[in-house]
Design a protein. Sequence first.
Length: 286
Amino acid sequence: MKRLLLLALVLGAACSSPKTNDKELLTVSILPQKYFVEKIAGNLLEVQVLVPPGAGPETYSLVPSQMKELSKSTAWLRIGKVGFEDAWHEKIEQGNPNLKVFDTSADADWIAEEIRQHGDHVHVHGVDPHIWTSPTEVLKIASLTYKALVELFPDKAGVFQENYEIFRAEIEALDQELLSQFDELKHRGFLIFHPALSYLARDYDLEQISLEVDGKEPSPKYMSELIKHAREEGIRVVFIQKEFDQENARQLAEEIKGEIVPLDPLAENWAEGLREIARKIVEASK
C-alpha cells in the first residue's frame, strides 16, 4: 500500500511539473515584430519582446532581467532607428558577444530631415523610425525577417518560405483594403500627439498633423496655429497613444470642441491594429 501511495505521488509530481521549452529563443525590439516572426515561423520559435506593452520604444530602458534573458537568445532582430535601439545596441552586443544581430530596416525608405550619400553608404539625420505602420515598408521588413530566419535555422527553410509567401499575400491584401477605406475620407488631415503614422500617411496620401515637434511639447504659438487649422478644416478628433501624457491633447480637443481618441501603433496583432487605426481615421473625417 505504501509503495502504491509513493508511486502515485511521484507520478502526480511528474504530471504537474512544467514542460521544458526546447524551442530556440529569438529576441525582437517591439510587439509588431513578434507578429511578423510568428507569421513566418509559426510556433517553431519562442519570441521575446524587449519593449513591453505600454512603454515607448523611443525612451525605454532595459531592466537587468532582460539583459539576462538576452544571453539565452539565438539572435536579435532590430526594427531600425528607434531611440531605444540607438541607446542600447552597443551594450546589448558587448554584453552578448555570441548574439547574432539582424537589422530588418536595412531596405527602408526613410522619412528624414536629411539623407546624404557618403561614399558607399548613406547618412540619415532626423529620421522617423515608425516604418512598421506602413504595409509597403512591412513587406520589406517581412522579407528581411524571413531571410534572417532561414540563415539562423536552415533546416526549417521550407516551412518559413511557405508561411512567408502567405504572410506577404496578407500584407498586400491589407494594403488594398486600407486603400479602399481611405478613399472614403471627407478630408485627409488628422491630428495626432506623437507623429507615429508618417509612413501610413505617405502610403495613402494623408496629412499627419502632430502636436509634438522634435520630441517636444507644443509651444503656445504652435498650439494656437493648430487650433486655427483644425477649426478651418473641421477636424474634431485628436489621436494619442496610450504611453503619452494626455494634457496637451485634452487642451487642444477642448479648444476645437472635439475629443481625444486613443490609438495603438504598437499593437501586437499588427494587421488588426492597422485596421483599427484606419477605421478611427475614417470615422474622424466624417
